[in-house]
Design a protein around this ligand. Structure first.
Ligand code: SF4
Ligand code: SF4
Length: 459
């Protein structure tokens, strides 16, 4: 299989909305963001699409590159694929059958919860764990932000990532197969994933370990949520018995923390939150984690219930899904063995090739040059104040020193160095100010009473 070796980023910064507050610069766990020439710059080779910057931005200036809902009408058969956490977004009065019926009302011809056939994934993971001969546990491939994090920052761990695709791929293959059996031409089928997070957009547009996803487009959950809320009270009842044959407790909770580990019968651990995941991966890389068979790592706190594109409270979403799951059978009792042949085909489709590392080399690929640059950065650090104020546009003094050593920043970017130079008459105050304006934009330092916390905020 030809594999995709590019990476798609779905973040777009709106320079008109951005106020250069540096909140995003400071929260980014991979130090991917800088302020350059008055604008926010996301360094693609470092970004893992975790969405922390989107969450932190007070101006909603970081937008997401979704597909337009109108795209669905290019297809005769339009399938809405959505994760169970999307169902958990709605208030109790909007029951699951109303959600399904509303999806049909707003233009889809089929609605399918992606975790319905999760039994296939559960079995594949169990088998991979059983076959693992390494001291290092099998690591979940579920969260695309975590997979990307390992590829870039923990490349030695990528060989331990489970070789299974994501539930949305599983659901896509499953529904296409079902529709084909009804005589429908696959060319007429459009599959649209209602994504809870940024990383899953990247996973659809440029899937890791495979050439191309069969999903046709990715739609914003906010757009769909609002449309459903507008029609849900009046939709006719929906015959759910036909659609939810395979939905299980496991499937409904798969996107929550412990969603994968609860069902394993070996020693497992579940870690959520990108900073917790980073700390855990460091220990794993150092060989400090022993006797664990399977590791579930999710970039968001409370996993997909906290997907950055979902607007409802994550704790309520978790509660609703747990409550909902009680009404469904366990997958162990309801294995997908009704049609053993199809089960085998689906299993094969869900396997991925080895996931390749693509390490982000801080100082470039040339080892000799890299050593020289690293030494240069350490020398520069002797002169920087170590305050990590972010006024240079980099998240920390160390990140600025690294940028300087790589030739993409200057000593004059540091406001404290500028002050010292002015004190020692090494630079004219006027010139220092022009440099500041270049970094932060013209008029950035004019009084503005509409800024956050100022007397006319929001006016
Ligand atoms: S998505 Fe995550 S990694 Fe990428 S720039 Fe934002 S905070 Fe950084
Ligand atoms: S967090 Fe601040 S600097 Fe970053 S995009 Fe939003 S407004 Fe701009």
């Amino acid at each position: 299989m030809q594999k995709n070796d590019t990476f798609h980023h779905a973040l777009i910064v709106d320079d008109q909305k951005c106020i250069r507050c540096t909140h995003c610069v400071k929260v980014c766990p991979t130090e991917a963001i800088r302020i350059v020439d008055g604008n926010v710059l996301i360094r693609e080779e470092r970004c893992v699409d975790c969405g922390e910057c989107v969450r932190a931005c007070p101006r909603k200036a970081i937008g997401i590159d979704h597909d337009d809902l109108g795209l669905i009408h290019r297809y005769k058969y339009r399938v809405a694929l959505f994760p169970s956490v999307f169902v958990g977004q709605f208030p109790e009065r909007i029951t699951e059958d109303k959600i399904y019926a509303s999806l049909l009302k707003i233009g889809f011809t089929h609605a399918f919860e992606v975790e319905q056939p999760i039994g296939v994934l559960k079995d594949l993971i169990r088998e991979e764990v059983k076959a693992n001969k390494s001291d290092v546990p099998v690591i979940s491939s579920f969260c695309p932000a975590i997979v990307r994090l390992m590829q870039i920052h923990y490349p030695s761990l990528t060989e331990h990532i489970a070789h299974v695709k994501a539930p949305h791929d599983l659901a896509a293959y499953y529904i296409v197969d079902r529709l084909k059996n009804k005589g429908i031409d696959p060319a007429d089928i459009g599959l649209f994933y209602i994504t809870p997070c940024v990383a899953k957009i990247a996973a659809v547009k440029a899937p890791v370990g495979e050439e191309k996803s069969i999903v046709s487009g990715v739609i914003s959950p906010t757009v769909i949520y609002n449309k459903i809320m507008a029609v849900a009270e009046d939709v006719p009842p929906f015959d759910k018995t036909k659609l939810w044959k395979e939905l299980t407790k496991e499937g409904i909770q798969w996107g929550l923390t412990h969603g994968e580990t609860w069902w394993q019968n070996s020693r497992t651990i579940a870690v959520d939150g990108i900073h917790n995941a980073i700390k855990f991966l460091e220990r794993l890389e150092n060989g400090e984690i022993k006797n664990i068979d399977y590791v579930e790592l999710r970039a968001c706190d409370r996993s997909c219930a906290a997907g950055v594109l979902l607007e409802q409270n994550r704790f309520l979403t978790v509660e609703r899904l747990k409550h909902r799951a009680k009404r469904y059978p366990s997958g162990d009792k309801k294995a997908m063995t009704e049609d053993p042949e199809k089960y085998v085909v689906l299993r094969e489709k869900m396997k991925t090739d080895e996931i390749e590392p693509c390490p982000m080399l801080r100082y470039g690929p040339d080892m000799e040059k890299a050593m020289t640059r690293m030494q240069r950065a350490r020398n520069i650090m002797c002169h920087l104040p170590g305050i990590d104020c972010g006024a240079c546009g980099a998240p920390t003094c160390q990140a600025l020193a690294e940028d300087m050593a790589n030739g993409v920043a200057k000593m004059s970017d540091c406001v404290f160095i500028q002050q010292l130079w002015q004190k020692d008459n090494k630079v004219e105050p006027e010139k220092a100010f022009v440099r500041m304006e270049k970094k932060w934009g013209e008029k950035r330092f004019d009084p503005d009473c509409t800024k956050i916390g100022a007397k006319n905020e929001n006016n």
